[in-house]
Design a protein around this ligand. Structure first.
Ligand SMILES: [Fe+2]
Length: 477
């Protein structure tokens, strides 16, 4: 009974607390400098053996989670693009043939990039797979998600602006302790574009080797940031996103997208929309047309959780990249509110920030209210651009903290979103606290579609009871 009362009280506070003063954490971390891990460090090492597969990573390969794309690189010779896989280690009943590509960047020649689409696999199943030949063959595994279902529980991680420093490594290692099953990556992967000439390609390779410890075993859902653009006129490299698109395929065709940089997937009880901050997105562009149709396809009866990923945050009170999200806000915020998006994750700003539910859809250039206001229909905006790259932290927040900003801190870290059922999810932001993982910002997220009024009352009480005993001890609304 007491638990029930506590839970109802916290739900009440959710509604009345919008707009209350937010928190600016003053925590300052000290341990690791923001420098890239040296090439000779063992975490970037090339796997032993002639032509051994390296930079192995997987991503979802279809709309509903019954396919994966497995990617890897060989360097001595093309070798095999086959994936052998099955339900037990070393016993592979299935073989599928992939494709091979490579590219040059300035005078750098990439390795042989293999991409293999594995289809027709079962939901909620662990698969073992092997790639490469002879003594150099390497073995991995992955788990498929539960089938798309409104009450499927699932734990996502959220990482952005990762890079390849010791802080990046901390983030990856802390994330791997979280028990999350898939990464929602909000752009800026390798920061290889901070290098010049052939080192750009070299640092894309080292990033691939750094993330393999996680990305070979579970899908990372990619969105592109500015550090994927790789625009180097003085090197003769002017075609945007070449390295990223050659190395990190996405299942864009499954959602009828015309471009790998924006697409959608459904996974367990979530519909995830990936947008590109650095592709045309204003009215009548391909991305705009696609998003308009994709929002219409969202069925909250099947996938209650509607999550959007983008690189540039719409709401950001850091001095870094302040207002850069305004153009996309003006293009899409109405849809985010109309379709009751639950949460929008972004990166770009190298700090952590969470907003209340707010919108600014009444602003217009000839009048109206030009300030964001509390709006129960609006998404929560979360910036997780704090993966730990070599540019360091964005430590100057604007003062005073805007009313829409609930919590902000300039530290490295990652987030997790643990969906329990159609009504509730637990969210955590985990700071890299000088090498230790410390949960710093947590709250219970109520689903925007099922969590409100009439629909919630229709639900069986069991949906609420099931989460009461598991909710986090620290709750921010
Ligand atoms: Fe960025």
């Amino acid at each position: 009974m007491l638990l029930h009362l506590f839970f109802l009280l916290s739900l009440f506070l959710t509604f009345i607390d919008n707009g209350s003063a937010g928190i600016t954490s003053t925590f300052v971390r000290t341990k690791f400098p923001a420098v890239d891990i040296p090439l000779e460090n063992e975490v970037l090492a090339v796997p032993k053996g002639y032509n051994a597969p390296q930079q192995v990573h997987i991503t979802q390969g279809d709309y509903d989670g019954k396919a994966v794309i497995i990617s890897w690189v060989t360097t001595d010779e093309p070798g095999s693009s086959q994936v052998q896989y099955g339900l037990s280690e070393g016993k592979y009943d299935f073989t599928v043939e992939g494709t091979l590509t490579n590219y040059t960047f300035y005078k750098y020649k990439s390795g042989y990039i293999h991409q293999c689409l594995v289809t027709g696999i079962q939901h909620d199943t662990k698969y073992y797979y092997e790639i490469g030949n002879g003594d150099s063959a390497r073995k991995f595994w992955f788990e498929t998600p539960p089938k798309v279902d409104p009450d499927a529980s699932y734990k996502f991680g959220i990482i952005g602006d990762l890079g390849q420093t010791y802080n990046s490594l901390s983030t990856i290692q802390h994330y791997m302790q979280s028990g999350a099953k898939s990464v929602l990556f909000v752009g800026d992967l390798s920061y290889a574009d901070r290098y010049q000439y052939n080192d750009v390609g070299v640092r894309w390779d080292t990033f691939g080797r750094l993330i393999e410890q996680s990305a070979a075993y579970q899908p990372w859902i990619w969105s592109a940031g500015n550090h994927e653009i790789d625009y180097f006129p003085y090197m003769g490299e002017v075609v945007p996103f070449r390295s990223f698109l050659n190395r990190y395929p996405t299942p864009y065709k499954a959602s009828k997208s015309s471009n790998p940089l924006w697409y959608a997937i459904r996974r367990a009880s979530a519909h995830i929309i990936v947008l590109s901050s650095y592709s045309p997105f204003v009215k009548y562009t391909p991305q705009w047309h696609w998003l308009k149709q994709e929002f219409k396809k969202v069925n909250r009866e099947k996938t209650p959780w509607l999550i959007v990923l983008m690189h540039v945050p719409i709401y950001n009170s850091n001095e870094a990249h302040f207002m850069e999200g305004e153009s996309m806000r003006s293009a899409y915020e109405r849809w985010f509110v109309k379709y009751k998006v639950d949460v929008i994750f972004a990166g770009h700003v190298h700090a952590y920030e969470r907003s209340y539910r707010i919108s600014n859809i009444h602003y217009n250039v000839s009048g109206g209210d030009a300030y964001p206001v509390p709006d129960k229909r609006a998404p929560i905006y979360i910036t997780v651009g704090d993966g730990g790259n070599s540019e360091g932290l964005a430590s100057r927040f604007r003062d005073p903290q805007p009313e829409y900003s609930a919590f902000r801190e300039a530290s490295y870290g990652h987030s997790t979103l643990e969906i329990k059922n159609r009504t509730h999810a637990f969210y955590h932001w985990n700071r890299n606290d000088d090498g230790n993982k410390v949960t710093t910002d947590s709250f219970t997220l109520q689903n925007q579609y099922w969590g409100s009024g009439r629909r919630r009352r229709k639900l069986n009480k069991n949906h609420l009871n099931s989460v009461i005993s598991e909710r986090p001890s620290t709750v921010w609304f």
